[in-house]
Write a protein that binds this ligand. Structure first.
Ligand code: NAI
Length: 287
């Protein structure tokens, strides 16, 4: 069904999606608006495979074969004949719409278009596209880190063909992912529920207080049974990405106080402390 995938956005999620897709035997191109990021992303994925070979998770032959299938591209040079385009750029409705509108003019009509948005409306994202593309447009919301996390939310717009949804659901199931069909509602399932996982801890901690942050994470991890505490998870996701999602869900719910962004999110983003990717967030990762 799928042979060739174009992933646009070579950040945390684009890299993870590209890696997992190649591991399924697909040819993948990774592109970004920033010229050198796709090549750096490809390099990081190859390094990660090397470490996994050393740990005995994959064979050297497998990884050699995958590395020939993974390529970097720019927004000017990507191939125009993929079967699937997955967008994983910044969580901003206008930026994503502009990208899809441009891509629609360049890319073969057979291609399915998917957004990895965490919270934006799939109907809104495809609203300017011709009906033929809308029928092949959906949300594919992967989780971080993509090669490990099994869940994929599949979001159908009012125009997505049922066949596209059903085929992708089966395709993911056959490859060990756990697809969950969601309605096109703010934050879908996980990010709507997760607002409280972050919101209440923010209200408990109040200001940046190291002891309270550590204690909140430890309680949720060790007593609550979560793999990571909320502040650890925020650092992994990216505090900027999480703030955009918070704002988008809050606005979609007409600024309901229970979804309101917290000053601890805005403050960190203003200081450029975005979590693991910048070396510092609620914790310090600098070596
Ligand atoms: P990121 O900030 O790591 O990467 C975004 C990339 O998009 C950057 O490399 C940037 O240069 C590129 N970009 C921005 N505008 C662009 C454009 N117009 N054309 C092409 N490339 C462009 O962000 P991340 O974390 O990878 O998130 C991407 C998407 O995935 C967002 O919609 C986010 O909500 C969603 N998501 C994020 C998760 C996470 O844990 N970080 C989990 C699930 C979904």
């Amino acid at each position: 069904m799928l042979k060739k995938v174009l992933v646009i956005g070579a950040g945390t999620m684009g890299q993870g999606i590209a890696q997992w897709m190649v591991q399924q035997g697909l040819e993948v191109e990774l592109a970004d608006v920033v010229f050198d990021l796709p090549a750096k992303g490809v390099e990081k994925i190859n390094e990660s495979w090397k470490r996994l070979v050393e740990k005995g998770k994959f064979t050297a032959d497998e990884v050699l074969n995958w590395s020939t299938k993974l390529k970097s591209a720019t927004l000017e040079t990507f191939s125009t004949d993929p079967d699937l385009v997955i967008e994983a750029i910044v969580e901003d409705l206008q930026a994503k719409k502009a990208l899809f509108n441009d891509a629609d003019k360049m890319i073969d009509e057979k291609a399915i278009f998917a957004s990895n948005t965490s919270s934006l409306s799939i109907n809104d994202l495809c609203s300017d596209l011709p009906m033929a593309r809308k029928r092949k447009f959906l949300g594919l919301h992967f989780f971080n880190p993509v090669p490990i996390m099994k869940l994929v939310e599949i979001i159908q717009s009012k125009d997505t063909d049922q066949e596209v949804i059903d085929n992708l659901k089966t395709w993911f199931e056959e490859r060990g992912k756990v697809p969950a069909l969601c309605q096109d509602s703010p934050g879908f399932i996980v990010n709507r529920v997760a607002r409280n996982f972050y919101g209440e801890p923010f209200r408990i901690v109040g200001d940046f207080n190291r002891a309270k942050i550590n204690a909140t994470d430890a309680i949720l991890r060790e007593v609550g049974g979560f793999k990571m505490g909320p502040f650890e998870l925020l650092d992994l996701i990216g505090i900027d990405v999480n703030l955009s999602v918070t704002k988008s869900v809050w606005e979609a719910f007409k600024k309901a106080p229970r979804f309101a962004p917290h000053k601890l999110q805005e403050g960190m983003v203003n200081l450029g402390l975005l979590g693991k990717k910048t070396g510092e967030g609620y914790y310090n990762y600098e070596k």
